[in-house]
Design a protein around this ligand. Sequence first.
Ligand code: NOJ
Length: 759
Amino acid sequence: MSDLRISRRAALAGASAIMAWAASPARALLQAAELDVPASVDALIAKMTLEEKAGQLNLMAAAWSGGVATTLNPPSSGPSFDGQLGDAVAGKLTGVFNGNGAAMARRMQSAVMRESRLKIPLIFAADVIHGHRTIFPVPVGEAASFEPDLAERTARVAASEAAGAGIDWTFFPMVDVARDQRWGRTMEGAGEDVRLGELFAAARVRGFQGRDLKANDAMMACVKHFAAYGAAEGGLDYNTVDVSERTLREVYLPPYKAGFDAGALSAMASFNEISGVPAHGNPWLLDTLLRGEWGFKGFVVGDYTGDEEMIAHGFAKDSRDATRIAFLAGVDMSMQSNNYFLHLPALVRDGDVPEERLDRSVRRVLAVKHALGLFDDPFRRIDPKREKARTRTKANLAVSREAARKSIVLLKNDGDLLPLPRTGRKIAIIGPFAEGKHDLNGPWVVYGDNAQAVDLAEGVRAAAGTSNVTVTLGSKVEEPLPGGIEAAVAAANAADVVLLAIGESENMSGEAQSRTEIVVPAPQQALAEAVAKTGKPIVVVLKNGRGLALEGAVKDAPAILVTWFLGSESGNGIADVLFGAYSPSGRLPVSFPHDSGQSPYYYDHKATGRPAPNLTEPYRARYRTTTNTALYPFGHGLTYGVIEYRGLELPQSMGWDGTLTVSATVANTGKRAAEEVVQLYIRDRVGSVTRPVRELKAFRKIALAPGASEKVTFTLRRADLEFIGLELKPTVEPGTFDLWIAPSAQADGVHGTFDLVKA
Ligand code: NOJ
C-alpha cells in the first residue's frame, strides 16, 4: 500500500487542522532542533485522538510466539500475539521490539496498514548489539581491535541482515564508559577510555545508519544508556551514580555526543540516577543538555520500564506520577511499562501535561518514522526472501572471522611459545570452554545461535588436524567436575602443549551480572594450578566479558590470549592467532588490574598528593599488598613481531593557534609480520583543575613487515588539550605537557615535553 496516497488524502482532508496546528503553541515550542517533516505528518497529528497520540509513544516487547524480549529482560505479563495485533490496529502501539523476523513484521504491519484508523506504520526495534544472525565479537572485544573502521563494517553487516529481517531500529550503540570491571555491562561498550569510546560510538552509528537511512539495509541507531550508566557505584548494575558535572562532561558524556554528532536519531535514557535524579526524570539531561546544548533532533526512548522504576527509586508516587515526570523530563517514548498509553491522555485532560508537549513528542516519533522511509513504504525492510538471502552469507562470516582475530589480545608470550606449529605437537585443549556449542556468541545476542558458531576445538582441528588434538573439560565454569582435574592432568601429561580454555561464561557478564571479584572462578583456577604442575607449556585462552584480575597459574602461564566472546567464527579466529596465520593486533580497551580490590581501576586516573612509585615507601596512595598500577594496562597487547619505539621528534612548543606535529619511528625488529597500535598520550602537568596522569589523544594501527620501520606522525591542536575547567566549560591553559608515543598507557615508549604558549 502506498502511504503517499494516504498522506495526500490526509493532507487534503486535514488542511484546516494543519493550519491550526501550525499556528498553535505546540508549533511555537518547536525550536530549531527538530527534524523536518512533510505537511502530511502535521496533518496526521491534527487528526489524532489523545489515545492515538499516546499510542505512538508506547513501545512494547513483541508477543509473537512468546517473544524473546521478555526472556532477556524481566518477565512481563504481556498480551498474546493476537492481543498485541489488536492493540497495534487500535493505535495503542507505536511498534514492538525483539520480535521474530520478517514474517511477524509483515503480519503486524499489514494489519495496521489495512485495518487501523490512521494507518501509521509500526516501527520494529531490536537489540542488534554485535550482529544479527552472523555474530561478531562482543563490543568491548571489538574495541580491542582499535579499528573503528572494523566496527563500522560489522555494524553495516548487522544492519543489512537485521534490516533484511524487518527491523528498522537497533538499541545500539551502548557507549557507556566502563571504568569498574565489576560491572557486567562492560562487555557491551568500548571500554574505559573516552577517545576510544567516541571513535567507536561514531563508527557504530555510521555503520548501522549507513549513508541513507531510508535504504532497506539501514536502520536507526540508538545511543544508550543516557547517561553515565557505567558509573554505577560499586560496579553494581542499575546502581546510583554520583559524579560531578565536570567528570560527567569530561569522561562520560563525550561518547554519547560523538554518537549523536554521527547522526543517531534516537537516545535511550538510562536506569540510573545521577546526583539524586533518575535519568528518566531529568529534564536537565534530556532537554537542556541533549536538545538545547547538543541540538539532538531525534527522540528519547525510556529503557525497559525505566519510567515505572522511578517509583522504586523514591522519585514518583505511582505510575501516573512516573508517567508525568518522565514525559515532562523529555522521555518521548516509553518502553514496556505501557504507562504512556495508560496515563498520558488523562494527564492531558486534567491539565497536568500540556497537549502541545504531547504533540511535540508525537511529531518527533513520526518524523523519525518518516526519516526511516516508513511512510513511503511501510514494508521497505520487510521481505522474507531478502531476510534469507542476507543471513549468514559467506561474506558476512568472513567479516566475523576478521573481527574475531583482530579482537584477540596477546597479553604475554614468554619464550615465544606462540605461534604454535601446525603439525608435530600433541595439543591438549583443557577447560570448560574447550569444546561445545555454548558461550561463543556472548551474553547479549537475541537472534544468533551458539549452535551455529565455531568452537575452539573445531577451530584448532581445522587448523592443526584432528589426530594430535585431545579435549578434556576438567571443570565446569563455576563448579568442579567430578574427576575432571585428574582427567585434565592425564591429558596434559600426554601432550606437548596445553590450551587452557578458561574464564567467564556468557551469563557471568552482561546486564545484571555484576561481580564482586573479577577473577577466574575458583574451580577453574584449581584446574589451572593442577595442570600447571605437569610442567607442560600452557597457553591460556581466556574467555571474558570484562577486564579480569589474573592469579596464580593463570597469571604465570607463559602465554595468555584474551578472547572475549568472539561470535560466529570464535574457534577459527582463535586458531588463526594460535597457529600464526594472523599476528595478534588487539590491544586492551580495559585495564587488567592486579587485584579485584583495585576496582574501579582505569589508566587515566588522577595523581593524588602522594603518588606511589613503589611498594616500599610508606604513607603513599597504594594498597598494602599491591601497587596501584595494572598488571596489564589499557592499550597493552603483543604481536608476533618485536616492536621498538625510537626517534621522537617533538617541537619544544605549540603556538596558541597553531598545531603540533610530533612523530616517532616504530620498528619491527622481529622475524614475523606485525601490526602495532601506536598510541599518543599526554599529561597536562599543572592545571587550574588537576589532570589525569595520562590521556589517550590519538592512535594509529600500522602494519610492519619483519625488519620494517615507519615514522608515525600525529598532529595535535589546541582543542586536543582541552579539559572541563572551573566554570564547567572546555578550557585550555598554557603550560608544559608530557607526551608519550607508546605501546600502552603504562609503557614509556618515547617521551618528551612541550609547552603550549600563549603569544
Ligand atoms: C534493557 C537494557 O538496559 C537495554 O539496553 C535494552 O535495549 C532493553 N532492555 C531492551 O531489551
